[in-house]
Design a protein around this ligand. Structure first.
Ligand code: UD1
Length: 377
């Protein structure tokens, strides 16, 4: 069985690592890794390959940044050439980024079955680019691997046949559990001169939060209040960095004085985006997390660290129902209120969602091999 695995953007690398490691163990499986190049900076891409021991991509499409249409179209054109040459039995895509959707459509148009890992998640907010990617990818994939119960419910409601849906758990958590001990050896706390439980870790990159000046200002107003109570460590995503510069946010918020690494004042550490191990270490020891990321909601739940999500919805409801996540929206008074509660000792505790046990990749590869055998018999 010959499979092409696709990655493009930062969260994809974390998800593909355990799948590729599992495929490596199987004799009856040949795989290739295609990197679209949607993310290309060392800190957004290569560092994850090194730290998660992902083999070098066999094929790099070198797509880079662009509008959604431009990026999607370029990926499709280049990926079609790969499929024509390699003729795989299946394409496997992960997550919900533009690379996921673009490669899924390309494969299906060429009559090649697609497996989608992390299927069925829905925020029910179609203004989110990822929601469109999820709906399109799921509606034409052949194997839908879900991470939580809501995934199956959503897919069934959309008319997907139940025999395409497989509840396998969460490959992002496979990576976390495999690497957490290694991550805890990171010296990032010393490098930043901070102590366990004495800081908040903040990340922001959703277009709805960072692409307009008013919205971003509101969030920074909240951070301005919070950083007077507790240190904030803020690794900045390239998209957000660009907007902070374009909107001249540093003129309005003195803690953003300089956009250099490790700048800001002592209580607001504005740093470059980090590699996987440093980031896991920072997450595991934080008093709490402020984020608009999808994956961080899941990782913080498994680490048992309170997470305040700066969004009005989440496609990952188990992180709220079972885990440590709370939706605080983007209204600064609510962000401040919930942050102060945790600072004053009132924090949400939680459990671990079902099958987030470190074995999702094994389940996925077992199913693919079994189905492929049945198909041939
Ligand atoms: C993408 C995904 C998002 C995911 C996020 C994780 C889509 C629609 N969005 O968002 O779901 O949560 O990745 O990080 O696929 N840039 C760099 N260097 C890089 C990559 C990007 O400087 O290596 C800058 C460029 O200015 C680019 C901007 O970041 O235009 C946005 O990159 P893009 O891949 O379009 O979307 P993300 O915001 O990273």
């Amino acid at each position: 069985m010959k499979i092409i695995n696709v990655v493009g953007a930062r969260p994809n690398f974390i998800k593909i690592a355990p799948i590729v490691a599992e495929m490596e163990k199987r004799e009856d499986m040949e795989y290739l890794l295609v990197h679209t190049g949607q993310h290309y900076d060392f800190k957004m891409s290569q560092v994850f390959f090194q730290e998660l021991e992902i083999p070098e991509p066999d094929i790099y499409l070198n797509i880079g940044s662009g509008s959604h249409t431009e990026q999607t179209a370029k990926i499709m054109i280049e990926f079609e050439k790969v499929l024509l040459k390699e003729k795989p039995d299946m394409v496997l895509v992960v997550g919900d980024v533009n690379s996921t959707m673009a490669c899924c459509i390309t494969a299906v148009k060429m009559d090649i079955p697609v497996a989608h890992v992390e299927a069925g998640l829905r925020s029910f907010d179609r203004t989110m680019p990822e929601e469109i990617n999820r709906i399109l990818t799921d509606s034409i994939s052949d194997y839908l691997f879900t991470t939580e119960k809501s995934g199956e419910i959503n897919l069934l409601k959309e008319g997907v046949s139940s025999n395409k849906i497989f509840f396998v758990g969460n490959v992002m958590i496979d990576s976390l559990l495999k690497n957490i001990e290694k991550a805890k050896k990171s010296d990032i706390l010393d490098r930043l001169n901070i102590k366990k439980q004495e800081y908040v870790l903040a990340t922001l990159h959703r277009p709805s939060n960072v692409d307009n000046k008013e919205g971003l200002s509101k969030i920074f107003e909240a951070l301005e209040v919070i950083h007077k109570q507790i240190k904030i460590v803020y690794p900045v995503h390239p998209r957000t960095r660009k907007n902070i510069e374009n909107f001249e946010m540093d003129k309005r918020f003195s803690f953003l004085k300089s956009l250099d690494v490790s700048s800001g004042n002592d209580n607001f550490l504005f740093i470059d985006s980090l590699g996987y191990l440093d980031f896991m270490m920072l997450m595991s020891q934080a008093k709490f997390i402020l984020t608009d990321s999808g994956g961080i909601q899941e990782e913080s739940t498994v680490l048992g660290v309170p997470c305040l999500t700066l969004r009005n919805n989440t496609e990952r409801p188990e992180t709220i129902d079972v885990g440590t996540n709370i939706l605080v929206g983007t209204d600064n008074s609510k962000i401040i209120e919930e942050s102060l509660k945790i600072i004053n000792g009132d924090k949400k505790t939680g459990g671990i969602p079902s099958l987030w046990d470190g074995h999702a990749a094994k389940r996925i590869v077992d199913i693919l091999i079994e189905k492929n055998k049945k198909g041939r018999d």
